[in-house]
Design a protein around this ligand. Structure first.
Ligand SMILES: C[S@@+](CC[C@H](N)C(=O)[O-])C[C@H]1O[C@@H](n2cnc3c(N)ncnc32)[C@H](O)[C@@H]1O
Length: 322
């Protein structure tokens, strides 16, 4: 029996699912995808049997819900993503997350270490950062650094806009498993990578959508429906508010991860903020633990309904910011 045949049979017997398609292009993980029960998207890799993966995913979800942690390096995370030699320094990650106000248990640390291993293998450039220390500090800890500002409640819907390889959305989703996260990414290759990582890590409340913000901002299923939007390194604030605030409900917020130029970006975004009904309510500053890098996390409150003319069509907000 070929590997493909055995995977199909496993899916039919165990998941009673419908085969959706084989080999998502650019996705290093997915081989065959199933729609199980009309809702759960399941990915199967030849390396791991479906039954074992389901059992591990259940164990992982239970640990993330606080049912107690397993021994380091096991659980829902596939063996090949567990870091190992040259992997993420768990002690440093725990301490640095703590320093930015996020207390993490052993299970969450293991999932983040697995995420770091996946990012190191990403089939595209992830901000030029590939070493374990850079990935730990400049992706994982940097992402977690916006959690105090975002302060999501259980059950809220948060969109990570222009998620790339999953930052800041994936570390936030690991730290806050009761919040619903949607990773929005315009590029197909990156969205496929994100789907693979989300499946491998068993993050059941995270989904991935390949789309441009401007399209979603005009779609009634999205417009003014989201509680919070987070974004890092996507666009200057003047453009970002036109992409993000149409998605936010009135009273929702955009949280933008910025560097030392944040004040200048706020000053340049005055008209865009007024037009899109946004008000900057916080600028939380901190140094990235273990280095000199300055970070500023901006919170923009949505104060009123978005005028119908926004967002303008794809590409206009970046070419001609307000
Ligand atoms: C520089 S990357 C940053 C990725 C990630 N946020 C991070 O900090 O590592 C910017 C990402 O935003 C995506 N992007 C740019 N414009 C977008 C838009 N209008 N809608 C959705 N995604 C967009 C790009 O495809 C790219 O992956």
């Amino acid at each position: 029996m070929s590997q493909k045949d055995s995977a199909v049979r496993a899916g039919e017997v165990v998941a009673r699912g419908r085969r959706l398609g084989a080999k998502a292009p650019g996705n290093p993980f997915a081989k065959i995808r199933f729609n199980a029960g009309g809702a759960t998207l399941l990915t199967i890799t030849p390396a791991v049997s479906l039954a074992v993966r389901q059992r591990r995913a259940v164990g992982e979800r239970r640990r993330l819900r606080g049912h107690g942690g397993g021994p380091t390096g096991v659980g829902g995370v596939p063996d090949r993503l567990q870091g190992g030699v040259g992997g993420v320094d768990r002690q440093a990650l725990t301490a640095e997350a703590d320093a930015v106000g996020v207390g993490l248990g052993q299970a969450e640390i293991e999932v983040l270490a697995a995420l770091a291993a996946a990012v190191a293998e990403a089939p595209f450039n992830v901000g030029g950062l590939h070493g374990p220390e850079d990935i730990r500090r400049k992706h994982l800890v940097d992402s977690l650094g916006c959690l105090r500002t975002l302060s999501p409640s259980d059950g809220e819907w948060v969109v990570d806009l222009g998620s790339g390889a999953g930052f800041p959305g994936l570390p936030l989703a690991v730290a806050r498993p009761k919040v619903r996260f949607t990773l929005v990414e315009a590029t197909g290759k990156k969205a496929a990578f994100l789907r693979g990582v989300v499946g491998e890590l068993g993050l059941s409340r995270v989904d991935v959508v390949q789309a441009r913000a401007e399209e979603l901002g005009r779609d009634p299923a999205w417009r003014e429906r989201v509680d919070g939007v987070v974004a890092r390194a996507v666009a200057p604030l003047s453009t970002l508010v036109e992409w993000a605030l149409p998605l936010c409900r009135v009273g929702g917020r955009l949280v933008a991860l910025k560097g030392p130029a944040a004040d200048a970006e706020v000053a340049a975004a005055g008209r865009a903020l007024a037009e899109l009904r946004g008000r900057v309510t916080r600028a939380d500053r901190f140094r990235l633990p273990g280095g000199p890098e300055e970070r500023v996390v901006l919170a923009v409150l949505k104060t009123g309904a978005t005028p119908v003319r926004y967002p303008r069509r794809a590409g206009v907000a970046s070419r001609r910011p307000l």
